[in-house]
Design a protein around this ligand. Structure first.
Ligand SMILES: Cc1cc2nc3c(=O)[nH]c(=O)nc-3n(C[C@H](O)[C@H](O)[C@H](O)COP(=O)(O)OP(=O)(O)OC[C@H]3O[C@@H](n4cnc5c(N)ncnc54)[C@H](O)[C@@H]3O)c2cc1C
Length: 432
């Protein structure tokens, strides 16, 4: 494919090459914005787990011209309306108590994370990637006060006009947006045990709930399981959550020096879910011998803005959230779309970059924060702490159509609003 030649009079650096940074760098490059990507690791990589790509993320990837590359990694028929069915984890019943209502156009996907990342790497221009480049700090340029200098751990630097921090929940770029005031990083008091299990193994172990076609949520007090199929139903992605609700998010110290992911003995799992029903018992038997335990951290309290001057944040760096709506990466993909359309806009230039980034933040912050709050809310419901109580009727009422605002969102209207605000404040010409 031939992309427009870079015409912009400014250069962008994306810090972090996870799903959101890569999507953003590809989108900017395709929009004709000169961009370089700096990744701390020696190569692009993702963890061995699945990821759910919701309808809003699917549509945004399609608008960016990236959906076909992703579908080449799966059976295209896997792109379909995907509805959760909800089960009571402590009971002997294999019957769902609620099935989420989807529309035929709610096309979503479950995919192995590595396949997702590989699809992006396949269409990425490797000449703009730089590895082993851990951003440590950002300073102003000595020759041009408007430009920025990124300082890397290896002692090298890179001078640029715009820095986009896509460096994940522990973001170092966030410190420069917050001007070092605090980290806005909190432990969610939720842990997650993850595993990938062949569907045949689960069946052989006596697991009766059908998880090979559609996602499943198995609920219990302060704990729940999420299962969804990947690899055309051959593999089931399993995440077992356990949360504490007696400590609010934000209370307690965050220790960034210790590992937030550790391998634990399987006994820990049996203890954690003691007394659950036969399906969970069968499921636990199939979990890996040493499942990974994730201490889930989030950005909290929320950032008022994702931008400071010519530095902006996207993805988990801006709004890492609880994963209960399977929507965190989707929000980062929406960020990438908005940044690429605004920075690639014909009227964007070196004189108005700061106003452009402010417009980005104005539309993205409320939307991503709504999803952040929704993810926390729905986690409470799965864990039987919903407002209507832990009855079947209460769960139905509280889950309702909770994904509606996340999935059915008009991102073009957001873009139009951002551009209109730039016309209103005189950044863009009003005669268009
Ligand atoms: C259990 C669980 C399940 C989830 N399920 C889903 C789901 O189904 N659907 C969904 O949409 N989301 C889901 N999420 C959320 C999703 O995983 C994240 O929102 C997404 O991966 C964030 O991508 P990112 O690119 O912003 O950050 P990351 O994936 O964290 O990537 C950051 C990158 O930056 C690099 N980096 C870090 N620091 C520096 C530095 N200083 N300098 C340079 N590079 C740096 C890192 O090496 C990494 O490559 C889930 C999360 C969890 C914990």
């Amino acid at each position: 494919m031939v992309y427009p030649c870079p015409k912009k009079d400014f250069q962008v650096a994306v810090v972090g090459g996870g799903v959101c940074g890569l999507t953003c760098a590809i989108a900017l490059h395709r929009a004709g914005v000169p961009v370089q990507l700096f990744e701390a690791a020696a190569k692009f990589g993702e963890i061995g787990a699945g990821i759910g790509v919701g309808p809003n993320a699917v549509q945004t990837l399609d608008k960016l011209g990236l959906l076909d590359a992703i579908l080449r990694k799966v059976n295209p028929a896997e792109l379909k309306d995907r509805y959760f069915s909800f089960y009571e984890g402590l009971s002997d019943s294999h019957e769902a108590i609620y099935r989420y209502p989807t529309l035929p156009e709610d096309k979503a996907l479950g995919i192995h994370r590595a396949a997702f990342l590989d699809a992006l790497v396949d269409v990425f221009d490797p000449s703009i990637a730089h590895f082993n480049k851990r951003c440590m700090s950002i300073t102003g340029s000595q020759t041009d006060p408007k430009r920025l200098v990124i300082h890397f751990q290896d002692g090298t630097t890179h001078e640029v006009d715009v820095v986009l921090g896509a460096d994940g929940v522990k973001s170092s770029v966030r410190d420069f947006v917050l001007e070092g005031k605090d980290r806005r990083l909190a432990f969610s008091h939720t842990v997650a045990y993850r595993g990938l299990i062949p569907w045949t193994q689960l069946q052989e172990a006596g697991f009766k709930i059908d998880a090979s076609e559609q996602p499943v949520c198995i609920m219990g007090p302060s704990k729940h399981f999420i299962l969804f199929p990947i690899k055309d139903g051959a593999i089931i992605n399993v995440v077992a959550f356990a949360a504490r609700y007696d400590i609010p998010i934000g209370v307690g110290e965050v220790n960034e020096k210790v590992q937030w992911v550790e391998a634990v003995n399987k006994d820990v799992l049996f203890k954690e879910y003691e007394g659950w029903g036969p399906d969970v018992e069968a499921l636990l038997k199939c979990m890996p011998d040493k499942p990974g335990k994730w201490s889930i951290h989030v950005v909290h309290p929320p950032l008022e803005s994702y931008v400071k001057g010519r530095i902006a944040l996207l993805g988990d760096a801006a709004h890492a959230m609880l994963p209960h709506m399977g929507a965190g990466a989707g929000q980062g993909i929406e960020d990438a779309y908005m940044l690429s359309r605004l920075l690639g806009h014909p009227e964007t230039n070196t004189q108005n970059i700061e106003a452009i980034l402010e417009a980005y933040s104005r539309v993205r912050q409320p939307r991503a924060q709504m999803v952040w709050e929704g993810s926390r809310y729905v986690g409470r419901v799965y864990d039987l702490h919903g407002p209507s109580g832990p009855t079947s009727e209460g769960l139905r009422k509280d889950i309702g159509e909770v994904w509606g605002p996340v999935w059915h969102h008009n991102i073009e209207a957001d873009l139009e609003r951002a551009v209109a605000s730039l016309r209103d404040n005189g950044t863009f010409a009003t005669s268009h």
